[in-house]
Design a protein around this ligand. Structure first.
Ligand code: UDP
Length: 328
């Protein structure tokens, strides 16, 4: 009998890729998802339990039915811009929902917990390489809510024996190289899919948010990670916990930053098409540069982000978005 792993947000973009990686590694992913932004069709690698993190009874039922050996917690509101205009919703859904989840896990005696955090917890730090010990000063409500959840997870260790791995993602991009799952947000707000939409005529143009940042070309610099590499890191994080290696936070980035203009150039090179674009104002809550110091995950987890190059991420995202029947 295979072991279940409860994956909140398992019908979403990153969660679905993690479910595939878990299944490949011999686990059965149980996707726990309210389908508010996820897709039932993306749940292909194990069962779907449709439920909401705001509903403790649904959580208890999922734990009781499947007896998972661990939790991978992806489900969250995750848009920086939205979090600036409606911070209350981010605190309510992300923090209260996560607290419900952690408490349900403890009630069920499921004490291995992998939490999806973010580089947005670090805030804007003058372009320095961010490592796991860099102090966290989030500048948007999304990052602040994720930082609060990190604290909850840490507090539940001494009190209740909860073991945690915290992953702080940098910018996740790309799609499953076999195009079984991919990125499909409604509305889409992320740079690479919007760029591909502009290239393929699904929208008139990409707007570049801000050209006056203190970066080499004035546009924001980000560290892009392939979603399949990220999914692999979660399997390694799970194995780390199952081996009893203790509580740890890991950045998941490559250590290389690319500006918005560099991503535009890479998309032009991959697709051989111009990117229709307009120049717009800064987006509230955006840091100038977020680049990961990535040594810890490589050295301690043995993580190798091998698909995390701009051409592969853009190429995989393109193949996914050109699949027959795809719409956005
Ligand atoms: N960006 C942009 N135009 C867009 C969407 C994003 O210029 O239509 C920029 C955004 O300001 C940020 C980078 O692209 O600097 C990555 O943004 P995305 O929303 O993809 O990820 P985030 O950094 O918010 O996690």
């Amino acid at each position: 009998m295979t072991q279940h792993v409860l994956v909140t947000g398992g019908a979403g973009y990153i969660g679905a890729h993690a479910c595939k990686a878990l299944a490949r590694a011999g686990f059965t992913p149980l996707a726990f998802d309210n389908l508010s932004t996820g897709w039932a069709e993306a749940v292909k690698f194990g069962p779907l339990f449709q439920g909401d993190l705001m509903d403790p009874a649904a959580l208890d039922a999922a734990f009781a039915q499947y007896k998972p050996i661990a939790v991978l917690h992806f489900a969250a509101l995750s848009l920086v811009g939205d979090s600036m205009s409606d911070p209350g919703r981010y605190w309510r859904v992300n923090v209260n929902g996560s607290l419900n989840l952690v408490e349900a896990a403890v009630r069920a005696g499921c004490l291995n917990f992998v939490f999806s955090s973010t580089c947005a917890t670090y805030g804007d730090q003058d372009g320095v390489l961010l490592n796991e010990d860099t102090p966290q000063y989030p500048i948007n409500a999304y990052g602040a809510s994720k930082k609060a959840i990190e604290e909850i997870v840490k507090n539940f260790g001494p009190a209740h024996g909860l073991n945690h791995v915290i992953f702080r993602y940098f910018n996740v991009a790309g799609a499953d190289p076999e195009a079984e799952v991919g990125e499909q947000h409604r509305p889409e707000t992320h740079l690479i899919p919007l760029m591909l939409d502009a290239i393929d005529g699904r929208r008139p143009a990409l707007t570049i948010f801000g050209q006056d940042y203190p970066t080499p070309d004035g546009t924001c610099v980000r560290d892009y990670v392939h979603v399949s590499d990220l999914a692999d890191a979660h399997v390694k994080g799970l194995q780390w916990l199952l081996a009893g290696r203790g509580n740890r936070a890991f950045n998941l980035g490559t250590g290389h930053g690319f500006s918005v203009r560099q991503v535009v150039d890479a998309s032009r090179a991959v697709t051989n098409r111009e990117v229709p674009m307009t120049l717009g104002a800064r987006r509230a809550g955006d840091a100038a540069a977020l680049v990961s110091g990535s040594a810890r995950a490589r050295e301690e987890l043995g993580w190798r982000p091998e698909r995390s190059t701009l051409p592969l991420m853009i190429g995989d995202a393109l193949a996914w978005s050109r699949k027959p029947g795809f719409s956005r």
